[in-house]
Design a protein. Structure first.
Length: 142
């Protein structure tokens, strides 16, 4: 979860704007009643209860989520955010509460692939503007 409090009244306000990517199950998604839920959202709900805060939730595309912190239209972004050095230089993070590794899901015909280098002749799908995209590009994979 990524927190950012740029506004001068952030310390005194009780309602914070939270943005997340729509449908990022199990972290942040809207249920059949159009109510925000998921691992990240439930953590925020618990914080809100203890700290007497209120959160307003909005979904936006992943590739513009960080921009909302930069331009002040959100206070918190959530959707299983990975901590990177570049992001740490711009934003304030909570302590990590979830550990995740990068993995590759292969079709049945590609069972002989043992490492990322062997993906160079294959097309690999990743989320645009994600840390996975950066990893794939660093290995010059399509």
């Amino acid at each position: 979860m990524l927190l950012s409090f740029y506004t001068s009244d952030a310390q005194t306000k009780n309602t914070y704007q939270v943005v997340s990517e729509s449908g990022y199950i199990p972290f942040a998604y809207w249920d059949e009643n159009n109510t925000p839920t998921g691992f990240d959202i439930e953590i925020l709900k618990a914080i809100a209860k203890v700290e007497n805060l209120s959160f307003e939730y909005k979904t936006i595309p992943w590739k513009v989520m960080f921009d909302t912190l930069d331009n002040g239209t959100s206070d918190i972004i959530t959707s299983g955010i990975s901590i990177t050095d570049e992001r740490k230089s711009r934003f304030t993070f909570t302590d990590p509460y979830f550990q995740s590794d990068k993995t590759v899901l292969l079709g049945k015909n590609n069972v002989d692939i043992k490492n990322i280098e062997e993906l160079k002749n294959l097309k690999v799908g990743v989320k645009e503007a994600s840390t996975s995209e950066k990893v794939i590009k660093s290995f010059r994979i399509q």
